[in-house]
Design a protein around this ligand. Structure first.
Ligand SMILES: NC(=O)c1ccc[n+]([C@@H]2O[C@H](COP(=O)([O-])OP(=O)(O)OC[C@H]3O[C@@H](n4cnc5c(N)ncnc54)[C@H](OP(=O)(O)O)[C@@H]3O)[C@@H](O)[C@H]2O)c1
Length: 246
């Protein structure tokens, strides 16, 4: 059972992906122990070089892989997503549903203390935040993500669901607008900003069991509503970083 170790062990599911790599950069200098996952042996060396303490090759369509990945972890940070595929439109078997639900089930059994899920603006009650043409193109994955969100909310595991707008590879803006309730913000956000709040969420009392829509101020489109103030526990990450430096 997880929970009594120090430092905390984080499962970074989808570490080889674009948000996953940003998360690895944020987590690397901290005292958190990071278990990174990819489906490809070819990514193992790179992930180790980028600071993963441990790399596991796992396919989350397999529930046994999810169980093995979550073993002894206190926190799950999930940045999984479907590579370009017609399934974004048609739906069906998508890691955004099946893989995430396998991870949630494994997290319940392991007694994980916090699960952070990267979802998307456009899912569920945040539908209006994604323009209709875009929504049609990814309707299969939006529906899969909706099922995954519902499963996490019902799991009993403490969670934070982060729904970013369109993701960019720009440097972090450090100026994030956070909305709640679905009909809130729309626009884009650098993955680096998303990674920062995903890493801080487990240490942020304000973020417990909440679902947020996030964009950067620069990336905002339209008029924001339902903005909320979240006191992200950046100090938890910074303090660890400073300890690491000295
Ligand atoms: N693109 C956007 O504008 C946008 C906007 C909002 C939200 N999002 C969502 O944000 C999330 C992150 O997106 P991203 O573009 O940063 O990520 P990405 O580069 O697409 O990375 C996806 C990750 O998922 C892993 N993965 C895929 N299938 C898997 C499976 N069956 N088992 C295990 N791992 C699997 C990949 O690992 P390997 O390939 O190494 O195995 C990779 O690490 C996604 O859920 C995406 O839908 C995207």
């Amino acid at each position: 059972m997880a929970g009594s170790r120090n430092p905390d062990r984080v499962l970074l599911a989808g570490a080889s992906g674009a948000t996953g790599q940003e998360l690895l950069s944020v987590l690397r200098p901290t005292d958190l122990d990071v278990r990174a996952t990819t489906r490809s042996y070819a990514n193992v060396d790179t992930l180790e070089r980028h600071g993963a303490d441990e790399v596991m090759v796992a396919d989350f369509f397999e529930s046994a892989d999810a169980v093995a990945a979550v073993e002894d972890c206190d926190i799950v940070c999930c940045a999984l997503g479907t590579p370009p595929s017609y399934r974004h439109v048609t739906g069906g078997k998508l890691v955004d549903r099946t893989g995430v639900i396998n991870l949630v089930t494994a997290a319940v059994a392991e007694g994980v203390s916090h699960f952070v899920l990267e979802s998307a603006i456009g899912v569920g009650n945040s539908k209006a935040g994604m323009p209709l043409p875009a929504r049609l193109v990814v309707r299969g994955s939006l529906s899969a993500k909706h099922d995954a969100e519902v499963s996490l909310r019902r799991s009993g595991v403490q969670y934070t669901i982060i729904r970013p707008g369109k993701l960019t590879n720009d440097p972090p803006s450090d100026d994030i607008l956070v909305g709640e309730g679905g009909d809130s913000v729309s626009g884009s956000i650098p993955r680096a900003d998303v990674a920062r709040i995903m890493a801080a969420a487990p240490f942020t009392p304000d973020a417990r069991n909440r679902t947020f829509e996030v964009v950067s101020r620069d990336g905002l489109s339209g008029t924001p509503t339902n903005l909320v103030d979240v006191d992200w526990a950046d100090d938890r990450l910074t303090a660890a970083y400073e300890r690491h430096q000295h």
